[in-house]
Design a protein around this ligand. Sequence first.
Ligand code: SF4
Length: 75
Amino acid sequence: MKSSKFYQFSKRKKVRINKEKCIGCGNCTFIYPEMFYLDEDGKSAVKKVEKINEQKLTAAKNSCPVEAIEIEDQF
Ligand code: SF4
């Protein structure tokens, strides 16, 4: 399955886009442009950010119509 690699933001949090699912609607890039952008393939990709804005990340994830934003929390 084609997915962008996980971006590790802290010891326990990783975010990635499932490229198979992403339809390039741009919702996530609109809500959280500091983290998400549309890549050359027309699908979302993740940028490194200094500090995650949890509220925006959650809003972006919830805005995705195809649940392509995957967040991994390791405790
Ligand atoms: S909201 Fe979902 S489908 Fe739309 S660009 Fe972002 S990851 Fe892709």
